[in-house]
Design a protein around this ligand. Sequence first.
Ligand code: JFZ
Length: 498
Amino acid sequence: MKLNIFKATVILFLCCTLLQAKAQSWSGPQEKPKEHKELKYGPLHHGKRTDAAMQRFREYGLGQFIHWGVYAIAGGEWNGVKTNQASEWIRAWNGPTAPKDWKNTYDNLYKQFDPKNFDAKRWARQAKAMGARYVIFTTKHHDGFCMWPSKFSDYTVKETPYKKDIVKQIVDAYTDEGIDVYLYFSIIDWHNIDYRSGAPKTDEEKASYQRFLTYTRNQLFELMSNYPKMKGFWFDGTWDKAWIDSYAFTYQLEKDLRAAHPGLIIGSRFRNDEYGKRHFDSNGELLGDYEQGWERKLPAKYEWLDGNDWDCVMTIPPNGWGYIKDWSRFYTKTSYDLIDMLMHSVSMGGNFVLNFGPDGNGNMSPGEDVLAKQIGNWITLNKEAVYGVTHAPLEPCNYGYYTQKENNLYLTVFNRPVNNMVRIKLPKTATDVPVTASLLVNGASLKMKFTDIGLDLDRNVYFDITLPDNFVSKDPFVIKITTRKGKINAAELEKAHM
Ligand code: JFZ
């Protein structure tokens, strides 16, 4: 019996470890392979890009994602029955709850697509007011419906009662507001008969998949030439075996896309190497310009990012990117949740991208309108801590998140200490010494003093910042700390009155 309990414990432990290892394969520390493999289809550039376009990407801070297509008409339900699929996947609805003849119904929805209230300028103004510096817009999702009048498809916005080019309106309106536009593009295409997920086997299947690859290539060049102001592609649906096996084609395609559009930004979710390695090649090197695997995920540790550029894309409901008519059955993130995630992202050198799923008439969800306002209001007051900042080389703290820019350190406080004393911890070897502290929201200066807390063998020094009792904030707030270059001299600091 004892042995059994022991065995069970060991098995449970092993299972947990395995599960954890699996769970971390996307979002944990990157394990670099020990052996080096010669690759013909590895990254097109090694190390981080240093050009202006990529520098701009690094400074975005906040972005907006928009999932819009004919799935918006359904809004995650049909005749009052709710789908178990993510709302933008509703065409794939099957099983007992799926409406009869559902695929056929879905494939005819485009005949009703006529978003009378769509006004790209209104959306762009809203995104601007929220503080978004880039937008990622779905030109074509897995259903294959094109939001632009593609010459290579008969399933586009041109065939709908609406008729007009939506991608063009988005690119123009957002660019006019100073917001960079990235085009989401799904490789999965349920409308194209030549699309397949499994590897083609017969000659006929191979020829068919070749046609699909050519079609994909044509659409990408079409998008770049129609909308030359676009800054990059956000690829999706690149996990199929057929696509993975096409590494020679995708390698050349990436080369050609970049050559045709200088500065083009492509994340790590586009292509794989000849061993089928995605996001990171067989040597652990990033494929593409930034890590695109942080989808509804946030890194727990800065070290996990291994210095790579990255962004986190996030939904407001738990999952579901397209319009959802009824949010009431879900927890929907609050502006507090989202600002926390934003600051978590930027404090680790990434961007945070918030998804919106407009309805079939071209309106954002009422809840999205509210959140956009709340986030915008907060960022207006605290933008110094959000944009163009980098990771601060401090131990993470429980109060909130550090960011830094030049000789300023920002601490966005989410957890205010009950004694109103915020204790900053710096390694003794720090080369930036805190000089002044103030509240970013109103500029009020704060008392800060060097504190020797007397921990034996401590490698750190501490600075205590006092928050005024009469400072009341319902929102997270930022403490701005200016620093000067120098070594921390404890004896000196103890005497100094800061
Ligand atoms: C994909 C889509 O299937 C989904 O509809 C949505 O567009 C989203 C932004 O992207 O979903 C994914 C893709 C990749 C992961 C998770 C969901 N991933 O790698 O964890």
